[in-house]
Design a protein around this ligand. Structure first.
Ligand code: ADP
Ligand code: ASP
Ligand code: MG
Length: 412
């Protein structure tokens, strides 16, 4: 019998009524002839609350204990979900990540999944039960509870769908699907029927919080059909899939804006072999994740080196940069925390020209200054002043007609 994995995000299971509504959807799928595995997140804002509780008692809590604590949110949801299903006349059993041996590495708060024991779930499904699994968590080889990073229940769901050979992984959330941009930031954003794994990976990495990036990576690697849809409606959502030919006709698929970013520039670094290696070795030692590195030679003797980091890493990255400064002949370290990274993404950029011109002209017309620019094969990103981020997103969305369905844009 074919299996469907249905993942419900925090807002979709926030209270008893919503759990019941989600359970009704699960039962409907079972009645349609599928075996159903539910993956659920912590209810509402519970994870945020648990983080706040931890910080109240210890401003620098041990991360093992953070994971031990945060995993309880999901554990509550899946047992409540199983109880709701039972009350509605369907046999159900809940599992924590550890109970299905969702084995991860030991990187607390950002663990990576290594393997899953699908057997235990298959056995329960074959007995006619609905299985509910706590998202966001796993267990390391020493039996410690780990979590996969904020938003990580999506990854639990897609990884489970891959391990179980599921026909589809449905991600139920509080929007109708994946939009051309975050509909909370640009109200005329349009829901897409489909998007390629590569574009979704790029959008997720640039701040489109609708999907956890590693979930999309799993989907691509293991060929899992992902369907993002609204838990409060019956409408079709967005399918994340491999690239299909007509997608190339659309130049820009979506736009993102990321505000929790900071930039560090090392000005006037000696232009000699080994200096970039020294700077980034130092940052790696401080466990700082670095993006969008730009090095520019400004004279025969000097180069400027800049990069983007998450805002929460700014203090630690700045300290690392200040430490290495004199060793690489750097004249000054310049930092900015009031910037936003605005990006447009689309596989069509591989075959169309004029995309950069369109983006920069739209920003120029709106008198928005571009601080720095980076590109990849399928994206263009600019940093702009944080207080102009929404306006910048709007003008860029309008320039690429992201307020219109893809079919109407395809010839642009
Ligand atoms: P869940 O709790 O169900 O996992 P999330 O809050 O993680 O839900 O993700 C859904 C939210 O993602 C939406 O409410 C929306 O504001 C945001 N979002 C950001 N970018 C996009 C986008 N391109 N399309 C749809 N939603 C987006
Ligand atoms: N509950 C976790 C979080 O809030 C995981 C998730 O919702 O996916 O980040
Ligand atoms: Mg989420």
């Amino acid at each position: 019998m074919a299996i469907i994995v249905q993942k419900f995000g925090g807002t979709s299971v926030a209270d008893a009524g919503k759990i019941r509504r989600a359970a009704e959807r699960v039962i409907k799928t079972k009645k349609a002839g599928f075996q159903v595995v539910v993956v659920a997140s912590a209810r509402g804002k519970q994870t945020d609350q648990l983080v706040a509780d931890a910080l109240e008692l210890n401003p620098n809590p041990p991360i093992r204990e953070i994971d031990q604590l945060l995993s309880t949110g999901e554990q509550q949801t899946v047992s409540l979900f199983a109880m709701a299903l039972e009350a509605m006349g369907h046999n159900a059993i809940s599992f924590t990540g550890g109970q299905i041996r969702m084995l991860t590495d030991s990187a607390y708060t950002k663990a990576q999944i290594k393997s899953i024991d699908a057997e235990r779930i298959h056995k329960q499904l074959d007995q006619g039960k609905i299985v509910t699994v706590a998202g966001f968590q796993g267990i390391d080889e020493h039996g410690n509870i780990t979590t996969l990073g904020r938003g990580g229940s999506d990854t639990s769901a897609v990884a489970l769908a891959a391990a179980l050979g599921a026909e589809e992984c449905e991600i139920y959330t509080d929007v109708d699907g994946i939009y051309t941009t975050d509909p909370r930031l640009f109200k005329n954003a349009v829901k897409m029927e489909q998007i390629s794994y590569d574009e979704m990976l790029e959008m997720a990495s640039l701040g489109a919080g609708v999907m956890h990036i590693r979930a999309v990576g799993f989907g691509k690697k293991y060929d899992v059909k992902i369907h993002v849809r609204n838990s409060a409606k019956e409408t079709e959502g967005t399918i994340i899939t491999h690239e299909v030919p007509q997608m190339e006709g659309v130049v820009v698929t979506g736009a993102t804006v990321q505000k929790d970013m900071a930039k560090i520039a090392l000005v006037g670094v000696d232009n000699i072999p080994g200096n970039a290696a020294k700077v980034f070795a130092h940052l790696a030692k401080a466990k700082v994740v670095v993006n969008d590195i730009i090095q520019t030679e400004v004279s025969a003797e000097k180069a400027n080196l800049s990069f983007m980091i998450g805002l929460s890493d700014l203090a630690i990255a700045k300290e690392a940069a200040e430490k290495i400064k004199s060793e690489v002949g750097c004249q000054s370290v310049f930092t900015r925390d009031d910037i936003a990274l605005l990006s447009v993404v689309g596989v069509g950029m591989r075959t169309h020209y004029g995309v950069a011109d369109r983006m920069f002209s739209a920003l120029a017309k709106a008198q928005i200054n571009i601080d720095s620019i980076t590109t990849s094969e399928i994206r263009i990103s600019c940093t702009v002043d944080e207080d102009q981020a929404e306006k910048a997103l709007e003008v860029v969305c309008l320039a690429f007609e992201l307020d219109k369905p893809a079919q109407e844009r395809a010839e642009a």
